[in-house]
Design a protein around this ligand. Sequence first.
Ligand SMILES: CC(C)(COP(=O)(O)OP(=O)(O)OC[C@H]1O[C@@H](n2cnc3c(N)ncnc32)[C@H](O)[C@@H]1OP(=O)(O)O)[C@@H](O)C(=O)NCCC(=O)NCCS
Length: 206
Amino acid sequence: MSLQLARAEKADIPQLVDLYFNTFKSPLVLRVKPDVPPVREWYKKSLESDIEKPYTRIYKVVEGQAGSVQASVEIIAFAKWSSPHTEPPQEKFTEWPVDGDVALFEEVTGKATEKKEKIMGQEEYWYMGVLATLPKHQRRGAASLLMTEFCKQADQARHRSYVEASPLGRPTYQRFGFETQDTFSVVIDGEPYIDCCMVREPQKPS
Ligand SMILES: CC(C)(COP(=O)(O)OP(=O)(O)OC[C@H]1O[C@@H](n2cnc3c(N)ncnc32)[C@H](O)[C@@H]1OP(=O)(O)O)[C@@H](O)C(=O)NCCC(=O)NCCS
């Protein structure tokens, strides 16, 4: 069986929620988005809203034959990214689940936003929001398929791209041409947790 890339559909969202919580186990995510039913419900609603947005793109990777991607097939990886847009003010972080560590969330988003604005300013850029492969399917090229599609779209639009990379995501982003411009950190249980602010220059489509 080969890995197949396809645009995710609304019917995929329950699987994407499972995949997200079965994959993201960093100290930061465990604190900010603990795997409890209200947070899962919140994440499901946020994906249901995102999938309708014209500037948000959610792609999945499944195993199968070329041209036969079915909604019932197991999703092994997914990514969510945005093309350049202006976020309507009412869509900004309105319903953060109280079950997570809201103070830590606000500290992280505050630091991330400050760095992003400093690095990217007012320019239009593509934003990689989520990249996740189920642990048992990692190191098979699933994230590479998603990154190849992301880079193709950004290159065709000739825009730079931006990501806040976790320590686990950094090598994959580096492999696709992202470079670290800055970092920010928060302290979790006495340990520093560092995210990298990474930028990718558009490349000439081949
Ligand atoms: C980061 C992450 C998305 C990578 O997913 P992945 O599907 O394993 O990525 P790939 O398989 O494309 O690449 C991973 C490695 O496997 C290698 N690889 C790719 N295809 C391969 C294959 N067929 N056989 C063996 N190795 C392969 C790649 O070269 C890469 O090697 P490197 O680590 O030396 O650079 C995954 O580890 C993950 O979900 N981590 C937790 C969530 C997270 O932190 N996401 C990033 C958010 S910023």
